[in-house]
Design a protein around this ligand. Structure first.
Ligand SMILES: [Ca+2]
Ligand SMILES: [Zn+2]
Length: 92
């Protein structure tokens, strides 16, 4: 596999480490999302002890409002973190 393919698979693996099965798919509860962000995005998303920040992030990700964050919703967090990271590279 290429570096990019490895990276894409790793995002799935990390999601599965924190998500739990919900019917036919996996999803994150708010607590599980908080765990994932706290442990895996420790250098990127600060303030994870601030519950309103977690609540807001969860609400923004839960596009279909079912109270869970499924993989397709989770990757919008990955995309926005990367977008910020990319912008920072161009800031001097
Ligand atoms: Ca959802
Ligand atoms: Zn660029």
């Amino acid at each position: 596999m290429t570096k990019l393919e490895d990276y894409l698979e790793e995002i799935i693996n990390i999601f599965h480490q924190y998500a739990v099965p919900v019917g036919d798919f996996y999803a994150l509860s708010k607590g599980e999302l908080k765990q994932l962000i706290t442990k895996e995005l420790a250098n990127t998303i600060k303030n994870t002890k601030h519950q309103p920040t977690i609540n807001k992030t969860f609400q923004e990700l839960d596009a279909n409002l079912d109270g869970q964050v499924m993989f397709s919703e989770f990757i919008s967090l990955v995309a926005s973190v990367q977008e910020t990271g990319h912008e920072n590279i161009h800031k001097h």
